[in-house]
Each structure stands twice: as structure tokens, then as C-alpha cells.
Design a binder for this molecule. Structure first.
Ligand code: 5GP
Ligand code: ZN
Length: 115
């Protein structure tokens, strides 16, 4: 999508502190971190949100959660202490960038419930 900031980051057109990249996924540090570890895991393909997932995206979704999340959590040093995944979806969900992204947050004790 031409006007999408995460498409541009995925394409390397806008700089970001990338911590992981493969054919279908990129992960980079959040510009405004809410925890000592705060990365965004983003499909390179433009998917607006979880609500916009299609049947054809099953492999991509599985890849993110089965392959990328555990590997990144390990590499970022938060596997043992624990971490939080957040996927804000739509306006009430607090989504501000309308390209699906999984927040991986760690390095401090999280509170619950979220605001
Ligand atoms: P959302 O509120 O949509 O779940 O999260 C969007 C996240 O993207 C926010 O945490 C915000 O700090 C981050 N963000 C927005 N623009 C940029 C950017 O240009 N670069 C990076 N690295 N993060 C961004
Ligand atoms: Zn996009």
C-alpha cells in the first residue's frame, strides 16, 4: 500500500531499527517504546489488521507466532522472565497504524488490565 508507513519500513524506504527480517516478516524497534524491550512484528504484505486476515494468511499468521515470536523473544532476552504480545485492532482497540503489527513488550513487569 503506497501510503502506509509500515509498508515503507518493510520495503526499506523509511529507516527503522530492524531486529529481524525474512521473506515475509520484518521486526523493528518501536519509535516510542513503552517498555525496555518493545518491538513491532510486521508482515511485509499489507494486511490492515487481524480483522482483515484471510484464509490465505494462515501460514503467515502461524509463521509469526510459531517461528518469529519465540525466536525474537529469545534473542531479545525476555523468554525466561516473560513478555507481552499486544495486537491493537480497530479504533476501540487503539490501533493507530493500519497495517497489522504485533507488539512484543518486555523487560519490566507488565500491569493488567490495560487502560
Ligand atoms: P498501534 O497503536 O497502532 O498498535 O501501534 C503503532 C505503534 O507504531 C506505536 O507504538 C508507535 O510508537 C509506532 N510507530 C508509529 N510510527 C512509527 C515509525 O515510523 N517507526 C517506528 N519504528 N514505530 C512507529
Ligand atoms: Zn502497509
Amino acid at each position: 500500500m503506497s501510503d502506509c508507513i509500515f509498508c515503507k519500513i518493510a520495503a526499506g524506504e523509511i529507516p527503522a531499527q530492524k531486529v529481524f527480517e525474512d521473506d515475509s516478516v520484518v521486526a523493528f524497534r518501536d519509535l516510542s517504546p513503552k517498555a525496555p524491550v518493545h518491538v513491532l512484528i510486521v508482515p511485509k504484505k499489507h494486511v490492515a489488521s487481524v480483522a482483515a486476515f484471510k484464509a490465505e494468511d494462515k501460514d503467515l499468521a502461524a509463521h509469526i507466532f510459531v517461528d518469529v515470536v519465540p525466536k525474537l523473544a529469545d534473542e531479545l532476552g525476555v523468554s525466561d522472565a516473560g513478555f507481552r504480545l499486544v495486537i491493537n485492532t480497530g479504533d476501540d482497540g487503539g490501533q493507530t497504524v493500519h497495517h497489522l503489527h504485533v507488539h512484543l513488550l518486555g523487560g519490566r513487569k507488565m500491569t493488567w488490565p490495560p487502560g
